[in-house]
Design a binder for this molecule. Structure first.
Ligand code: SF4
Length: 365
């Protein structure tokens, strides 16, 4: 590997990685131009310094309450206008049924996200959290992206702080990291002009952290953004993390063009996926976990990504709509044994975690 790093001219970056020194924007640009295996090697050094051979997964359940959306972002196959034949909105009773159907399973996280709905009231969202907490007192409730939180503030007339406090009191423990997309205002104007600005996304995420609600963070890549815009996005997240320390995990989201208004684009290659995961690990020195989201990457590439900087492969999931409406080829669920076998075959030690990345010590089969 020394020869590979030397040939790639990355010895100075390797020294920085070994000394836990922060990488610059220019370092990130050089890494994107370097051979994949050299970048992967450096990311794996960092990954193993942080997590050794551990690779995390969670036994979780996804609830997508609605896809009826007023934003209709160009990269999204999930959001539909109200009345569209593929549109759906679950009633509280239907959501309750989905939770009750799986009460016997040792689920550790319930992940609830939807759309920017045209007319559901704020109470609906609060009631979902209260109901899940009542039915599942022990589970980590991870719900509502920053985009949804901004929407709730608008429809309720409350401040974002009040919205977060009400949801926290109802049982919300964590926000998923969606809605960040790419922070570039050029990209947002072109692809999702109705979505909240990057500045607002970051300020609401930081507010949640200050209120004791940690979150994940994301970047949707592989559409019209430049490499420079990706790196600016990563650095903005890194700076926010310096302020609050509230991001638990970064999730690079590989763009799926099918069924979107960008279906003419090819989407990222496997090399781009692996390089982006690796460079994220190297740039985001202050975010503990990097996820290889198997739903988007496929289980096979997620398995490889564990050697390219990722230390988490998300979870069992069961029913996922957001990526599958973009015709993702991955299955909709993996069992705990399948996830563990994937991790072990890749040379890592599976660690079951909960939504807050705490290792599960008392395991129920
Ligand atoms: S990404 Fe979110 S806000 Fe945009 S269309 Fe899809 S569901 Fe709506």
């Amino acid at each position: 590997m020394e020869e590979l790093i030397k040939r790639a001219g990355l010895e100075d970056i390797e020294r920085k990685v070994m000394a836990d020194k922060r990488l610059s924007f220019e370092d990130g640009l050089r890494l994107y131009q370097a051979p994949l295996l050299a970048v992967g090697y450096l990311a794996n050094l960092k990954r193993e310094r942080l997590h050794g051979k551990k690779a995390y997964y969670v036994y979780n359940q996804h609830i997508n309450y609605s896809n009826e959306c007023i934003n209709l972002c160009k990269f999204c196959a999930f959001g539909k206008p109200k009345g569209h034949k593929e549109g759906f909105t679950l009633s509280l009773e239907e959501i309750e049924q989905k939770i009750k159907e799986r009460l016997q399973e040792p689920i550790k996280e319930i992940h609830i996200v939807g759309s920017v709905h045209p007319d559901l009231p704020f109470d609906y969202y609060v009631e979902i959290v209260k109901m899940v907490r009542r039915l599942r007192p022990e589970v980590v409730i991870k719900a509502y992206t920053v985009t949804e939180i901004a929407h709730f503030a608008r429809i309720s007339g409350k401040s974002e702080e009040e919205v977060l406090q009400i949801l926290k009191e109802a049982g919300l423990q964590m926000l998923p990291g969606g809605g960040a997309e790419v922070f570039s205002s050029r990209v947002r104007q072109e692809l999702c002009p109705k979505k909240l600005s990057a500045e607002r996304w970051l300020s609401i995420a930081k507010l949640a952290h200050q209120l004791g609600i940690p979150s994940n963070c994301t970047m949707l890549y592989g559409h019209i953004e430049t490499i420079e815009e990706r790196l600016e996005h990563l650095i903005a997240l890194r700076e926010a993390q310096d302020e609050t320390g509230g991001f638990l995990c970064f999730i690079p989201l590989s763009f799926h063009p099918k069924n979107t208004k960008l279906s003419h684009l090819p989407g990222p290659t496997a090399v781009d996926d692996l390089k982006t995961i690796a460079i994220s690990r190297l740039m985001l020195d202050n975010i503990p976990h990097i996820k290889a989201y198997w739903i988007m990457l496929t289980p096979k590439l997620a398995q490889v990504a564990l050697s390219f900087g990722a230390d988490d492969i998300d979870g069992t999931i069961i029913e996922e709509k957001i990526t599958h409406m973009a015709q993702a080829t991955s299955p909709q669920c993996l069992t705990r044994s399948e996830l563990e076998a994937m991790i072990k075959e890749a040379g890592y030690e599976p660690v079951e975690r909960d939504g807050l990345f705490r290792a599960v010590t008392k395991r129920v089969v």
